[in-house]
Design a protein around this ligand. Sequence first.
Ligand SMILES: C[S@@+](CC[C@H](N)C(=O)[O-])C[C@H]1O[C@@H](n2cnc3c(N)ncnc32)[C@H](O)[C@@H]1O
Length: 284
Amino acid sequence: MNPSTEPVDDNLPMRESGLWAKDKLRVLEAYMRVFGISMREKGWCAFHYVDIMAGAGKNRIRETGEIVLGSPLIALNQEIFTGYFFCEADPVAFEALQTRVRAHPRGRSASLYQQDANSAIGDICDRIKAVDRNRGKVWGSLNLAFIDPEGPSDVKWSTVERLAAVNRMDMIINVPTNGISRLYGRQNYKAVDDFFGTDAWRRNVRPEDNAATKRRHWLNLYKQRLQPYEYTALDEDDIPVLKEFIARNSREAQLYTLIFASKHPLGDHLWEQVLRHLNQRPLF
Ligand SMILES: C[S@@+](CC[C@H](N)C(=O)[O-])C[C@H]1O[C@@H](n2cnc3c(N)ncnc32)[C@H](O)[C@@H]1O
């Protein structure tokens, strides 16, 4: 990485993450790079990156002690983006994020929200829509959102729906399937409803379903929920190579999956290309 874009080394708080976070961030970074190369010649008036659960900006990998840039700093290093929206609710993580963003040469393009993403989302989407309104429909903004909760209770469906209503908003969504099944197991059905924005799942999911069946129900429902917004949403059923990047805990339970949602086939194509390419190289 170019040292001029690497923020000064610091002793600020960072997030302790499992090894899987490194995989997730590698996929994200690779997608952003390919997105940048493919889109830079096009005439979009702005490229926004929206990270509604941004973290502290750096992660320490528990198993190796290695320090890796978090999603907001990875995005700041991509020159394609002209504007950033970062949201982080935890005050300690927010403070560290803010300091790191301010130290970054491109940090002035970022708007930071120390707020619950579910309440900040209205302002973020209004600001992007205002850019689009000023430009008319053609060559407005092109946008990428990363939705990376710690668990299903962090992000409500209404928040994803707000993002989905923006014209050109591709989304990479970490769907915490294991966490959803845990909520279901504890009969916290209201929290499951909030995650999906519907209780339709109650007719299909049964306590006797095994973990894989429940997981498939959750993923299919999430994809279905995105369809009215003209998204195709891809998970590991659509791109089997994604299985290689799925986080598993020490008991081999699958923790989450990344869903890629785009309203344009080119987005799907780039996502698939990135996964295939990464899978041909060793991860660590
Ligand atoms: C999985 S971490 C994000 C890690 C980051 N994407 C990265 O890769 O470096 C999730 C972050 O979201 C924050 N968070 C959880 N719920 C939130 C909410 N409702 N609004 C804003 N931030 C939230 C947590 O404090 C945590 O820092």
